[in-house]
Structures are given as structure tokens and as C-alpha cells.
Design a protein around this ligand. Structure first.
Ligand SMILES: [Zn+2]
Length: 390
């Protein structure tokens, strides 16, 4: 079976491909396939190359370093403690992660950068990367310096031939003044925006009441004087979304704590057509042993993408494994939807829909073979494997 990534499927269809991977034709045989010398047969499902909408390839050297299930704020503390690493080690691990993602059928990645070290691995890759350079600075005094630093990273990315934009890390790591500087730049460049959003209760507690674990983290682990901060009485996303320009594509990443009131708010202040909700279920289980309310996101008809997050908080960088986690926890999600989340939605969020994300004539999306699938119920099985065909 061929799943085109946009909800259409062909039973025993035939895809004609140019040697460079461009799709020349798709033939719907209506399930009646005649033997032909030039046709190669594959048993399983053919799906478009995967798009990993959220990764931090620069953290790949931290695989097996952090305790599983420690909780979100302790995880942040561990990341801070391991920020400084040997650049050679970072590059080597990033190159290995890049190769594994390629092997796992990933053709494009929305990749977070908090430094420039991993650019070396990305510039030689067969994968197409869009780099989100994150600005960090919860204290308003940091805004000018933090923004200048990200501009420098963008210059380095561009000199390495990488597409990149400046984005806010999260509501708990960016001040109002830094949000405004990022927004002005995004408005000027029309760039793609990403925001770690509602990854835990603690960022909502911070904005609701100015209390909780996040406040302790900011004060004790990062040494920030938070006395300037005024709680808003609303959730973190409801308190900060208005900073971000309406016309730019926006990827909201994690959405673990997202409630109906948040979705109503987001729908009220921006166009859901250029807003994507990126899920990183493997990472959410690794850090907090819980998953987002995917049923709620589906019920609201939101555009969902899949991401792996980093090897610091996941066992592998595989979109297929993320699909399996979602299917196990939410069996009502069909293989057609999962495939769309894994390819088409991510490609559009990253503005790569012209060539990636769907099996359509004229595109070069990469073709993955999923084998070991239950073809009667159209379900992935624990042993389902992905093989990149082109
Ligand atoms: Zn992340």
C-alpha cells in the first residue's frame, strides 16, 4: 500500500521514480497488479520521507547521561550542568545522530541550536535542516546581549549555507523585551518561529502565580533575580503568545500541559492555518512519563507534527518510533493521520512542502518502506521497521 502523506492511499499502486528521486508518475492499479519486468515489489507500506519537526542534534553527545523519569525541572538543571562540552565530542555525536536519522528515513529536520558547534555536522548532511537559533534570557537586562549573540549565530549559520532564524526558547527563558526584539526580526525576515510550549506544569505555575519549581530553578540554578517578574494569572502560552507576529509560521513544541482554554486562546489570537503543534512523545515519556492530551488536540482539528527532541531525552531519533508511541496510547489515531503528522505537516511547518512531505508527481520527498506492518488492521506493530528506499 502507498500512503501519500495527505490522506490518500493506493492499494498495490506503482510509483515511477527518476534516478535522482523525483516522482515521475503514480499509478493507481485499483489493487490489480500485473507482473512487469521493470516493477520492483515491496511488501508493506510506502510512505513519504519523514520530517522531524523538533530536534536538538547538538545534544546528541548526552545520550544515556540523564536519569529517566526525573521530572522536568531536574532535567533542565542537568542540561545546564552539561552545557559546556568538548566540541569534537559534540560534532562527532551530531554526525552519528545525523547519519542515524538519515537511515531512519528522515529527510528534513527542524533543529534547535543554542550554539554553533553542530553546524559543522549539518552542513555536510544529506538531510535538509532548518535551524532555530534560540534566544535565552529571562532577565530583561540580558535582552540586548542575548539578541546580539543569536544574530552572530545566524551569520555563522548562513556562512555555512544553513537556513536559520532567531526564535524564543520558551516563556520561562525569555523576557518581554527579548520577545519583542525577536518578534521585530521575525516580522522583518518573515522567518519560521518555534517555541517550547507547555512542556510542564511548572511554566504555567510561574505565570499563574509566580510560584513553584520553575521559580526555584530560575533563582537557585540560574542565579536570576526574579523580583521584576509579575505573574499574569494566565497560562504561560496565554501570557506570551501575543508577542509573536501573526503572519509567521509558528511551531509550538510539546504541548504537554495544553488545555482547551489554551487552544481557544491560540485560535482567538492567531491563524491556526500557520500554527503547528509539535509532539515529542518519546521525550515526554523519558522526562516526565506522561503524554500530551492528543485526543484533545485532534478534537480541535489542529495541525500536528512529530519530533524526536534530543538524544539527551530520548532513546533514539526515529519518527517511526514516535508514531508507535502515539498509536499505542491513542489507538484511534489512524495510520493515515500518523503518516501525515510524520511527513506533510512537518514539511509545511518548515516551508518545505514544495519538495517534501508527500508522494506526489514532481516532488522529491524520499520514499520509506514500512515493513512488518499489520496490513489487515493497518496498524504499526512493535517490530515494524523503516527502510529508506530513496
Ligand atoms: Zn526541545
Amino acid at each position: 500500500m502507498i500512503l501519500d502523506g495527505r490522506g490518500k492511499y493506493y492499494s498495490k499502486g506503482i510509483i515511477t521514480i527518476d534516478p535522482d528521486g523525483t516522482i515521475l508518475a503514480i499509478q493507481d492499479t485499483h489493487g490489480i497488479l500485473k507482473e512487469s519486468e521493470e516493477v520492483e515489489f515491496f511488501s508493506g507500506m510506502l510512505v513519504p520521507g519523514f520530517v522531524n519537526a523538533h530536534c536538538h542534534i547538538e545534544l546528541s553527545h548526552l545520550q544515556h547521561t540523564f536519569t529517566e523519569g526525573a521530572g522536568f525541572v531536574p532535567f533542565l538543571k542537568q542540561v545546564v550542568d552539561h552545557r559546556v562540552s568538548d566540541p569534537d565530542k559534540v560534532i562527532q555525536a551530531a554526525e552519528k545522530a545525523d547519519w542515524l536519522m538519515y537511515k531512519n528515513g528522515i529527510v528534513a529536520v527542524g533543529d534547535i541550536a543554542n550554539g554553533t558547534t553542530a553546524f559543522e555536522a549539518k552542513k555536510h548532511s544529506k538531510i535538509v535542516y532548518y535551524t532555530f537559533v534560540e534566544a535565552l534570557g529571562f532577565s530583561p537586562e540580558r535582552a540586548v546581549k542575548a539578541f546580539e549573540w543569536t544574530q552572530n549565530c545566524i551569520n555563522i549559520a548562513e556562512s555555512n549555507g544553513l537556513s536559520a532564524s532567531i526564535v524564543p526558547h520558551s516563556p520561562y527563558a525569555v523576557s518581554g523585551s527579548l520577545f519583542r526584539a525577536i518578534a521585530a526580526e521575525a516580522l522583518r525576515t518573515g522567518s519560521i518561529l518555534s517555541l517550547h510550549s507547555q512542556e510542564s506544569n511548572s511554566e504555567d505555575d510561574l505565570y499563574h502565580s509566580g510560584t513553584g519549581e520553575m521559580v526555584t530553578h530560575l533563582q537557585d540554578n540560574l542565579g536570576i533575580d526574579t523580583s521584576f517578574f509579575m505573574p499574569t494569572g494566565e497560562s504561560a502560552i496565554q501570557s506570551t503568545l501575543e508577542y509573536l507576529p501573526l503572519g509567521n509560521n509558528l511551531l509550538l513544541v510539546h504541548n504537554l500541559n495544553t488545555k482547551q482554554a489554551d487552544i481557544d486562546y491560540i485560535a482567538c489570537v492567531r491563524d491556526l492555518g500557520n500554527t503547528w503543534f509539535v509532539l515529542c512523545p518519546g521525550s515526554n515519556l523519558y522526562i516526565q512519563n506522561r503524554l500530551p492530551d492528543i485526543a484533545l488536540l485532534r478534537k480541535n482539528g489542529l495541525q500536528i507534527c512529530l519530533g524526536t527532541d534530543s538524544l539527551a531525552s530520548n532513546h533514539q531519533l526515529s519518527i517511526l518510533e514516535e508514531m508507535k508511541i502515539v498509536q499505542d496510547a491513542f489507538p484511534e489515531v489512524t495510520i493515515h493521520e500518523l503518516t501525515q503528522w510524520a511527513s506533510w505537516n512537518g514539511a509545511n511547518a518548515l516551508k518545505m512542502g514544495e519538495w517534501a512531505g508527500s508522494i506526489e508527481v514532481g516532488k522529491r520527498p524520499g520514499i520509506n518502506l514500512l515493513s512488518g506492518v499489520d496490513l489487515v488492521s493497518n496498524k504499526l506493530l512493535p517490530g515494524t521497521k523503516v527502510k529508506r528506499l530513496c
